[in-house]
Design a protein around this ligand. Structure first.
Ligand SMILES: [Zn+2]
Length: 274
């Protein structure tokens, strides 16, 4: 036990150096505690990296956000304070109850649409990471009746069915923001067991078993939307069979496929792969 504790102390002491290398900010006082555990520190470092990656790949701009379910408390999640993802550092991370109340705000303000995250975690025990974004290439498919389906093999991770949720259907005239748990739960019901959901006139939600898989799906949702839009200009695109989607997605979501993409995205974003 004592030996294990010393080992952990030695590894933890190396983590701030890693954070420095990664350029993702110093460890915050909440998390640089021995009791936080190395696994959690890495998980939260990955969350900071995910913010940087999504910004670098153009999935998010000044707006959009990503969260992870708390590894030690399934009823809570962790995400940045209200800040553009490209600028997020470790100290920006906040812990929230599933219903959206901050655990220790310390004067910081959460994203107004964080209810999307809590409602999805509540409805989907299999989900440990949630991304909400307004990627421009994806938006046309939430505005028209043309379905967004995977048409290129790397993008089969987005799933065979992508439902569209229109806030107007249940809530009438709004400012389009998902600001209550009631709205979030409505969105989560439409998401069902799918990986991606489009929000009419607004953006998208992408979920994953891990933050790496959610990031990969969010990046390839955008890639697929671009390719499909181009293909639709040329003619009727080839459609995958359900079997092709299943087999290809299994390969793309395998540890090999996920790690290769994560390393690439991290280095492109100037973040040490962790
Ligand atoms: Zn939004």
């Amino acid at each position: 036990m004592a030996e294990e504790r010393m080992d952990r102390r030695r590894v933890l002491s190396a983590v701030p150096a890693l954070a420095g290398l990664a350029g993702i900010g110093r460890l915050g006082p909440l998390w640089a505690q021995e009791e936080a555990g190395l696994d959690n520190l890495v998980e939260f470092q990955r969350l900071v990296a995910a913010n940087r990656i999504l910004a670098n790949e153009g999935v998010v701009d000044a707006f959009g956000h990503v969260s992870v379910r708390h590894p030690d408390n399934a009823q809570r999640y962790v995400m940045s304070q209200s800040r553009s993802p490209e600028l997020v550092e470790f100290d920006d991370l906040m812990e929230f109850e599933q219903t959206g109340e901050p655990v220790d705000a310390r004067g910081r303000r959460g994203y107004s649409e964080r209810m999307i995250h809590g409602a999805v975690y509540e409805a989907r025990p299999d989900v440990n990471a949630v991304i909400h974004h307004h990627a421009y290439a994806v938006l046309p498919f939430g505005l028209t009746s043309t379905p967004l389906r995977p048409v290129v093999h790397n993008a089969t991770v987005i799933g065979s069915h992508i439902p569209v949720w229109d806030i107007r259907d249940e809530f009438g005239d709004t400012n389009m923001l998902v600001r209550t748990m009631e709205m979030g739960r409505s969105l989560a019901r439409t998401l069902e067991q799918n990986t991606c959901l489009l929000m009419a006139g607004h953006g998208a939600v992408v979920v994953g078993e891990t933050v790496q898989l959610a990031v990969k799906a969010a990046v390839y949702l955008q890639v697929n939307a671009r390719v499909l839009s181009e293909a639709l200009r040329l003619g009727e695109p080839r459609q995958f069979t359900d079997g092709e989607i299943e087999l290809s997605a299994a390969m793309e979501n395998s540890p090999l496929g996920a790690e290769r993409a994560w390393e690439y995205f991290c280095l492109r974003a100037g973040v040490e792969p962790i």
